[in-house]
Each structure stands twice: as C-alpha cells, then as structure tokens.
Design a protein around this ligand. Sequence first.
Ligand code: ADP
Ligand code: MG
Ligand code: MG
Length: 250
Amino acid sequence: MLEIKGLHAKVEGNEILKGLDLTINPGEVHAIMGPNGAGKSTLSAVLAGRDGYEVTAGEILFEGDNLLEMEVEDRARAGLMLAFQYPVEIPGVKNVYLLKAALNAQRAARGEAEIEAPAFMKLVREKLAQMKMDKSFLHRAVNEGFSGGEKKRNEILQMLVLEPKLAILDEIDSGLDIDALRVVADGVNSLRSEQRGVLMITHYQRLLDYIVPDVIHVLADGRIVKTGDKSLALELEARGYDWLLEADAS
Ligand code: ADP
Ligand code: MG
Ligand code: MG
C-alpha cells in the first residue's frame, strides 16, 4: 500500500530525512517512535505534501502510484489521510459542511453519486456518538475554540466518516487525558480492517497500550534505525533511545 524507499527530505535547507525506508501493507498498523526532532513530523508532512518540504532523493509509492507527483487534494482523494499533532482551525466553515464536502469529493473521485442528506446525517450521528461528541460540534466552525482533546476527537471523527485507505496519525495522543485517550484509541481501533493501513507516530509508549501495533519502527536522525514487534515499545520504555543511536553509529 505504502512503499517509501531511500527518502531524503530537506526543511529550510537542512536535511532532515536521510534515507528512510518503510513499507506498509493493507491491514497493518505501524507505529513510528523516536526522539524529539528525529524527523517524525517531517515524514508526515512529506506524505501529506505540505509546502516547504523538499524531497531531494528517494521515492514514495501509494498503491503503486508515485505519491510525490500527486497534488495534495489527489492524495486525499486516493485515500491517504492525516491527523495532525496540531489540528488546524477553519473559522467560518462548519464542521458538518467540511465532512460532507470531503466525503462527496471522495465519492466523486470513485465515480459515486453524492450521499443523500438523511444517509449522511445518520452516518455522522453514529460516528459522533462513537467519539462521545455532542451534536453541537457539527455546527461549530472546524476546530475553532475546541480544546486539544476535542480537536483530536474531531480528527478521528473525520477519519471514521471518510474511511481512508491509509490513516496517518501524528502524535494524536499528545495532550489527551486518560478518558479522551481511550475514546480516541477506540476510534482508531475501529478503523482497523484488512483493507486499511494505519501509521501512528508517537513519542510515548502509552498510546501503544491502547492501540497495539503490528510493527514498531524507531526513527532517529532521519532514518529507521530499528524495526520490531510490540515488545520493542516496552524495551524503548525501559531503555530509552540512546542505545539505538550508539549501535547505529558504530
Ligand atoms: P519530530 O516530529 O520527530 O519531533 P520534526 O520532524 O518535527 O521532528 O523535526 C525534525 C527537525 O526538523 C528538527 O530539528 C526541526 O527543528 C526541523 N524542522 C522541522 N520543521 C521545520 C521547519 N518548518 N523549519 C525549520 N526546521 C524545521
Ligand atoms: Mg516533535
Ligand atoms: Mg513531531
């Protein structure tokens, strides 16, 4: 589904990603962990196609297509979706309209008709209830005045409605209290399916108690320096990251 080979990327003239390789197959949940400043958010920004990130070498294939040649909107339509560490506010645009417009854009890309209003409302109400969000959130401007936890819930709500093929979550756990963490994790777990890939970026092991990944990678200094199963998270919790950096340097 996602194949990253030898990815090098620069931000503001500095090389941040230095030969990153990563493959995600449908049905798999991968976690990327790593020290602050390792390049985790840079990777998610490159995948999303954000401005200011220059890919200098390597390739990214999404379902066999060259992702780096795709416009940002086309990436979303193709089924790649990101939830950010700091979700953006969109003043003046109601949450419900954004959800509907995004869903219909996706359906149009698949050659499907627009969703009927009653079916849409039924879908959205069901997903709101799942995320333990009040109906009033539909009629508020996107993320405007939302608390940190509410923004994160809203990001997962969007994913539950849009059902991306590949869901990328960058530090979705940061700033969440334990109850919100459970709701967000339950939402992500309900995204798990044989057709879908999930890439979770997290600084802390805590999230992985709730969303158990199939594969864990450590990203350090712009490359994947270690890959393992869920037991790797516990080892990292106990030992930190330094031992990997030292082993990598030798
Ligand atoms: P992580 O998410 O792993 O903590 P980031 O990808 O956010 O790391 O950052 C990696 C490095 O790139 C850091 O040294 C950071 O300062 C730098 N960096 C990231 N974004 C920018 C930017 N927009 N401008 C300048 N430097 C940046
Ligand atoms: Mg960081
Ligand atoms: Mg980050």
